[in-house]
Design a protein around this ligand. Structure first.
Ligand SMILES: Nc1ncnc2c1ncn2[C@@H]1O[C@H](COP(=O)(O)OP(=O)(O)OP(=O)(O)O)[C@@H](O)[C@H]1O
Ligand SMILES: [Mg+2]
Length: 631
């Protein structure tokens, strides 16, 4: 009833007692409801809902009558109910005693005789039951003069109707025992006055939302921060990410993004998720031979020195462990965690865990095929081209002279006045001002501290770094220079992507399923970062496309999703959105409006999961403990 209609009704009231009529109708519908209750046979839909699956579930269910817990009934009393291909309108009346329990997004079941409509509440609305004008000065001051403590008593719920709009998600039905519960499009209209029930059956929620019943544990289904509770043991509904080949490839190879403002729990959550990948059951096919299945190698770029703690247990209570076991949540340190540190002059890595530490160095020869690794954001297009010419010629020069290429050697080559004259004046290959720019911007004293140090070159460590079932952490915080830090990260990103994508790539890299975890991903995959990462972006976009085939999963973590190149974001199937507080970031993650609105209000641990190939978009709450150490 519209506002105008309502006012009109108030005018008419003088002639006809509408209230009385409504009251009568109401009583009538409730008596029908009572009929439903008493007539509910054991084989009726409602009884089916309570049909317990396991003895444990039976015990919990014992004596519970779902109808007593019904939120209310489907009503046509206010507006017609309808379902249509383009959008449906099903209105429910929420019983006074249940009003505290309904939220926007609450999942509900509306039964038919032999199947159930599964839906969620998308709109809540109070309407007057009796025509009283509560929008008056007198009424308002009377209400306000009451003490705050009396708030709940001030409003008599029965004076108002609480109406809820139910958006159908699907119909749940069981064709036969073997196939179990199935879902199909909501193609039936519920009967008026049917009860609206909470969802007490875990399988109904999972099937209704089309989410896997096993896989990588990400968290528990929740609505507005409240966990969805069923009559199963444990009552919570675990949300898993598909991790098998039952319908396509494991979803990690379709990539994952965790985004949230600083301090919202990205690292905490990421550790909890990463831990799940290192279990015996988490195995992926080798590209060259599908009969070989390996555990993945997690390669983690760690800017804040937090991930080597994946090695260490967290202190957990027995109750936590019991719950983790019953929901197949892996916990406890991964002993196969190693920390790889780049040897840099004047820097020492102290270590945040007992994980084994292995030193490596980046050989300058790596630059020959990856000249862009020396390109900084400040270089102009001409300077960049010039730098590439110089690098190529330097490597040619060392080859003819049979010298080992080094950074110092390259620097001398560029600074050599003869060479400068050759490139700028004699051949005009590089403009004089560009040459000056290259010397100023690309040659950096700090590089001398990192290339060709006294440690094993990373290019000879592939067997040690890329091992199935291993966690290889690359901390960079201990290095007090952002250029070197970036150089390390970009080197490792390049090593992985190049070897994975090239047909002649290293066997250890090619055959190991790799999950590359990139914290502060916007730093390396952003277009606005300029040329620093221009090349890596096209490489990565390609790698993301080929990931499924090559066994490469990208796990990106960022507080600035808007800065990650759209070509790459587009390839990410699973987006986990924690609290974000700026509009640009929220827009960038592109979740439906209904969920977008919730993003700025998400509390620590709450998140929205958008993973179209895994199931419907939902809100979940992550574990409140870290399954490994996080401090
Ligand atoms: N679900 C949770 N339950 C309880 N505490 C949490 C939860 N998530 C995170 N925390 C705590 O909140 C703090 C910040 O978490 P975390 O370090 O994961 O945030 P972050 O988003 O990675 O921050 P940064 O932007 O600095 O990287 C930590 O002390 C962590 O223990
Ligand atoms: Mg963090």
């Amino acid at each position: 009833m519209s506002f105008e209609q309502f006012e009109k009704k108030a005018e008419l009231k003088a002639e006809f007692d509408f209230d009385q009529l409504e009251q009568d109708l109401e009583n009538l519908s409730f008596s029908e409801f009572d009929d439903y209750k008493t007539n509910a046979k054991p084989d009726s839909a409602a009884a089916e809902i309570s049909a317990a699956k396991t003895p444990a579930e039976k015990e919990t269910n014992a004596g519970k009558n779902e109808l007593e817990e019904a939120y209310g009934i489907v009503t046509t009393g206010v507006e017609p109910i309808e379902i249509a291909g383009t959008g449906s309108k099903i209105i429910g009346y929420i019983a006074a005693g249940q009003r505290e329990n309904v939220r926007l997004g609450t999942y509900v079941i509306v039964p038919y005789e032999n199947e159930n409509l599964f839906g969620k509440l998308t709109k809540l609305q109070y309407r007057q039951e009796f025509t009283v004008d509560d929008a008056t000065e007198i009424h308002s001051s009377r209400m306000l003069s009451n003490k705050r403590a009396d708030l709940s008593r001030r409003i008599i719920e029965e004076d108002y109707k609480l109406l809820a709009q139910i958006d159908p998600i699907c119909i749940l039905y069981e064709k036969n025992q073997k196939e179990g519960l199935q879902r199909r499009m909501a193609d039936r209209i519920p009967k008026p006055n049917t009860p609206i029930l909470p969802v007490f059956d875990k399988e109904m929620v999972q099937t209704g939302l089309n989410i896997p019943k096993e896989g990588i544990f990400l968290g528990h289904l929740s609505v507005g921060g409240e966990l969805v509770k069923t009559h199963s043991v444990p009552p919570t509904v675990a949300y898993y990410l598909r991790n098998d080949y039952s319908s396509g490839d494991p979803l990690i190879f379709r990539h994952m993004l965790v985004c949230g403002s600083t301090g919202t729990g990205k690292t905490f959550l990421t550790k909890n998720i990463l831990r799940q990948f290192e279990t015996e059951n988490s195995r992926y096919r080798q590209r060259s031979d599908h009969s070989i299945q390996n555990m993945p190698c997690l390669v983690i770029m760690d800017p804040q020195d937090e991930y080597s703690q994946l090695y260490e247990d967290n202190t957990l209570s027995d109750a936590d462990k019991f719950n983790f076991n019953s929901e197949k949540v892996a916990y406890g340190g991964i002993r196969n965690t190693k920390t790889f540190t780049a040897k840099a002059e004047g820097e020492r890595y102290a270590g945040k865990s007992r994980a084994e530490q292995i030193e490596f160095t980046i050989p300058f020869s790596f630059v020959q095929y990856n000249p862009w690794i020396l390109e900084t954001a400040e270089l102009t297009e001409n300077q960049r081209n010039g730098l590439e010419i110089l690098i190529a010629d330097y490597f040619k020069d060392t080859k003819t002279k049979n010298k080992t290429p080094t950074y110092v050697g390259f620097k001398e080559f560029v600074e050599d006045p003869f060479n400068k004259e050759y490139y700028t004046e004699q051949t005009d290959k590089i403009h004089e001002s560009s040459y000056g720019g290259i010397v100023r911007k690309a040659l950096n004293k700090t590089y001398e501290r990192i290339f060709d140090k006294d440690a094993k070159p990373v290019t000879e460590l592939f067997k040690t770094v890329f091992k199935p079932g291993q966690v290889s952490v690359f901390p960079t915080e201990y290095i007090n220079n952002s250029r070197i830090r970036d150089l390390i990260v970009l080197t490792m990103m390049t090593v992985i992507v190049d070897n994975k994508l090239n047909t002649s790539g290293d066997e250890d890299v090619k055959n190991t399923p790799i999950i590359l975890v990139l914290d502060e991903a916007h730093r390396y995959l952003s277009n606005s970062a300029g040329t620093l990462s221009g090349k890596i972006i096209s490489k990565f976009a390609e790698a993301a496309k080929q990931g499924r085939k090559e066994g490469l999963g990208l796990f990106l973590i960022t507080q600035d999703p808007q800065d990650i190149e759209t070509e790459i974001i587009k390839q990410v199937n699973t987006k986990i959105v924690l609290n974000l507080n700026n509009d640009a970031a929220i827009n960038a993650v592109k979740v439906p409006l209904e969920y977008e609105k919730r993003v700025p209000y998400l509390k620590k641990g709450q998140m929205i999961i958008h993973s179209p190939d895994n199931g419907d978009i939902v809100e979940i709450t992550g574990l409140s403990n870290c399954v490994v150490k996080h401090e």
